[in-house]
Ligand binder design. Structure first.
Ligand SMILES: *[C@@H]1O[C@H](CO)[C@@H](O)[C@H](O)[C@H]1NC(C)=O
Ligand SMILES: *[C@@H]1O[C@H](CO)[C@@H](O)[C@H](O)[C@H]1NC(C)=O
Length: 365
């Protein structure tokens, strides 16, 4: 094989760029890298439709209700039959610091619930010591005391060396609720609601569960999702709350447990707090405390502005699985002036709960 003649050694060409240009390029690259570093989460969320697959879709059960329609007819409309006596309902929640929402929940559901099973911990999911807010405010819940089964979860303080996984501690909480539920006198065939304290099933949902034979043994509850107050309706995306007919294998969980979801089954009011201090507490106690990426996120004036504008506390993009949905949901949540179809205890006590109603976004410190 004939050898090729060696290539002539090329003389390095003069770089055809001037020094100012290189400097500019350097600055540009640096700025872009810093920008990318600080916004990596946003960029990754923006491309979620590319890297993440959406959860399995639910089968939605249409939900029928109107005032003064008999239970017999309502059960039939769902394909079920009316019972001769109602089932007992157990409402099981893990409580953090949502005192106002819990007060609304207990009053709204009181006539339908047999026992309110509530667990609270002396630490947060992220391992920070916290007051037992429910126990310290028991007088607010005195009216329901005969129905309350309360448990304390002995939390462990994070000593700072190992970054404890908040979801680990959260799962231990769920095991503890399970024990508490079993100690509350629940029996086979009773109804259990498993939800966070701010996920409130509507009274008509509980009545269907109490009165109809044929309801699925496990179903999710599709809740209207609100942010900061009922002035900011987000969508119907809230699905984690479930209703179960209790059996030996029933376990307290707050994740996907069934493909069936009952449409329009109640309200989920996230970050519906009266004071800015409660927002700060929840932002640091929350399972997603890693979202507090900058100390400035906890600034009171910033939080107040975000609440009134319906923006995101963590400066994040919505979790959506198609670009269409993502772009639709980007930006502020539009304000609603409707205070119709809300918990009746809230409307009866509108003066006490102005901050949850249209026009009430300004919070106390
Ligand atoms: C409610 O229903 C009953 C019987 O079906 C009827 O007599 C009554 O007038 C109704 N009340 C209202 C307010 O519609
Ligand atoms: C939480 O309660 C448990 C049991 O009462 C106790 O051992 C623990 O020290 C408490 N933790 C804090 C942070 O108060």
């Amino acid at each position: 094989m004939a050898r090729r003649p060696p290539l002539p050694i090329s003389v390095p060409r003069r770089i055809p760029f001037s020094k100012p240009f290189l400097l500019l390029l350097f600055i540009l690259v640096t700025v872009c890298s810093i920008g990318f570093f600080y916004n990596a989460q946003k960029i990754s969320y923006f491309f979620r439709p590319v890297w993440d697959t959406p959860p399995r879709p639910f089968t939605r059960l249409p939900h029928y209700y109107a005032q003064n329609v008999s239970m017999d007819h309502l059960c039939k409309l769902h394909g079920w039959t009316v019972r001769s006596s109602p089932r007992l309902v157990f409402d099981a929640v893990i409580f953090s610091n949502e005192l106002d929402i819990l007060e609304i929940r207990f009053h709204e559901l009181f006539p339908y619930v047999h026992k309110f099973v509530i667990l609270e911990s002396n630490t947060t999911f992220t391992g920070i010591p916290k007051p037992l807010f429910f126990q310290e405010n028991q007088q607010r819940f005195e009216f329901a005391s005969s129905k309350i089964v309360r448990g304390t979860f002995p939390g462990q303080v994070d000593l700072g060396r190992t970054q404890r996984n908040p979801f680990d501690l959260e799962s231990k909480h769920r095991v503890a609720v399970n024990k508490l539920l079993r100690s509350s006198g629940i029996g086979p065939g009773d109804v259990v609601i498993m939800a966070d304290s701010d996920e409130i099933p509507s009274p008509q949902t509980l009545q269907l569960l109490q009165w109809c034979d044929g309801v699925p043994p496990v179903m999710h509850l599709e809740l209207r999702h609100y942010m900061y107050s009922f002035e900011f309706p987000v969508d119907y995306s809230s699905w984690r709350a479930t209703a179960h007919l209790f059996g030996q294998s029933t376990q307290y969980r707050h994740s996907r447990q069934s493909d069936i979801i009952l449409a329009d089954a109640g309200w989920h009011c996230s970050f519906c707090f009266r004071t800015i201090d409660e927002f700060v507490f929840k932002m640091t106690a929350y399972s997603h405390a890693d979202r507090v990426r900058r100390a400035s996120f906890l600034d009171h004036a910033r939080i107040q502005k975000i609440i009134c504008e319906g923006d995101d506390l963590f400066d994040m993009l919505p979790e959506e699985y198609t670009f269409h949905e993502l772009i639709k949901k980007m930006g502020s949540i539009p304000k609603s002036s409707s205070a119709v179809h809300l918990p009746s205890y809230l409307i009866d006590n509108a003066d006490k709960f102005r901050f949850l109603l249209p026009g009430g976004c300004v919070r106390a410190d």
